[in-house]
Design a protein around this ligand. Structure first.
Ligand code: SOE
Length: 384
């Protein structure tokens, strides 16, 4: 049967523009869906660069003004892959134009912006999702399913890290393509919004709302040259952040993220401990789920190493044969598959803007706590 086209307007062409474009192109080869993304237009200010991107990925056309892209009648869904300070304006304009929105994380610079964005998409009634891709690593989805099944029993602890080392040198510039993440004016925050936000999204999805936090942050390098102007700018982002948290279900958590952990490139780890069992996972070995079940007979009791690749494990039935691996890029394909499915069923594709706002509330509370040295209530009550 002929597929229903979903015309994509992509804004941005960096790392995320590539992961998303790859996902749109691959999804129908592996998932049986009514809708099929069509790479209709790619948009960025630099004409030469966006044309090269469009040619490489097969976008039919380009725009150099995002407002013109959003105004086009032949665009159904807008994908926002630009620095965080632009998410709000573009999302609201897209919602007002009746477009569906797939927005990069974190949803916004802060909660106030996120609230406005949620109001806009909800008023317009447009489908929306935020790209917290790690939920859709099959082993991470399995953590969620196992916890939900009750196998772990009462949850006591949750811990997560996201460690990198790419900003240790003072020679790394800040601001503009690729390094906008180091400029608070464009990023809003440092590792809190960029990396811990992933850990928080996954944690809240698996273990329910985080109700309060106490945090510490540090900016190790306080001046850098701006990549585009060459001028020295003050760096105010959090280079590192560690925080303690309490969940609504009574469990305790510890989270850490930094871009100064020499040797770690993108090490996301999580662990959850319940009264009956524990689960642990890390991104560098993303198929492996570590599972300890206290109910196992004493002689064989120990950490099991589950290679999540069987057809009855999340998403894996859509890929190769049991035992064979998939990778980082597949998490984005899974999100597109779920988004397209949500258009068939009418069910939202999480995390929606509203779900991502819960993560933003935790991020804002972390930064407030790092400033005032106190425990801060997040105001979060919603499961996501
Ligand atoms: C930063 O280095 C970054 O690319 C994040 O922006 C992504 O969200 C994360 O998945 C990997 O690291």
């Amino acid at each position: 049967m002929a597929k229903k086209p979903l015309n994509i307007g992509m804004i941005g062409y960096g790392f995320m523009g590539r992961t998303h474009s790859n996902a749109y192109k691959s999804v129908n080869q592996f998932f049986d869906l009514e809708y099929e993304p069509v790479l209709k237009a790619a948009c960025a200010r630099n004409e030469e660069n966006i044309q090269a991107f469009a040619d490489n990925w097969g976008y039919e056309s380009i725009e150099t003004d995002w407002r013109a892209l959003i105004a086009r009648d032949d665009i159904d869904a807008v994908d926002i892959c630009v620095p965080n300070n632009l998410h709000k304006e573009m999302s609201i304009a897209a919602a007002e134009a009746g477009k569906m929105i797939l927005c990069e994380k974190p949803i916004a610079m802060d909660v106030a912006e996120g609230e406005e964005m949620c109001a806009a998409v909800e008023k317009a009634g447009v489908a929306n999702t935020v790209w917290y891709n790690y939920r859709r690593v099959p082993a991470v989805t399995m953590v969620k399913n196992i916890v939900e099944s009750g196998k772990l029993g009462r949850i006591f602890h949750y811990r997560a890290n996201f460690l990198q080392d790419w900003t240790i040198s003072a020679d790394v510039p800040a601001g503009g393509a690729a390094v906008w993440r180091l400029d608070a004016k464009e990023a809003g925050s440092g590792v809190t919004g960029d990396l811990l936000a992933h850990c928080i999204d996954t944690a809240v999805w698996i273990n329910g709302p985080i109700t309060s936090v106490t945090a510490m942050t540090e900016t190790f390098i306080k001046e850098r040259l701006h990549q585009e102007t060459g001028e020295k700018i003050n760096i105010t982002i959090d280079d590192a952040c560690a925080f303690l948290a309490r969940f609504a279900n009574g469990s305790l958590a510890i989270f850490e993220s930094t871009r100064y952990a020499r040797g770690h490139k993108a090490l996301y780890t999580l662990e959850i401990n319940g009264e009956n069992a524990s689960l642990a996972w890390d991104l560098h070995d993303l198929h492996r789920l570590k599972y300890f079940d206290h109910a196992d007979e004493g002689v064989v009791r120990g950490w099991r190493d589950i290679h999540v690749s069987d057809g009855d494990q999340p998403y894996m039935g859509n890929w190769w044969v049991p035992g064979l691996n998939i990778g980082y890029e597949h998490t984005f394909i899974h999100q597109v598959a779920d988004f397209l499915k949500s258009l068939e069923t009418g069910e939202p594709c999480g995390p929606t803007f509203r779900d991502a706002l819960e993560t933003q509330k935790v991020c804002d509370a972390i930064l407030a706590s790092a400033q005032n040295g106190q425990w801060v209530d997040t105001g979060c009550t919603e499961a996501i």
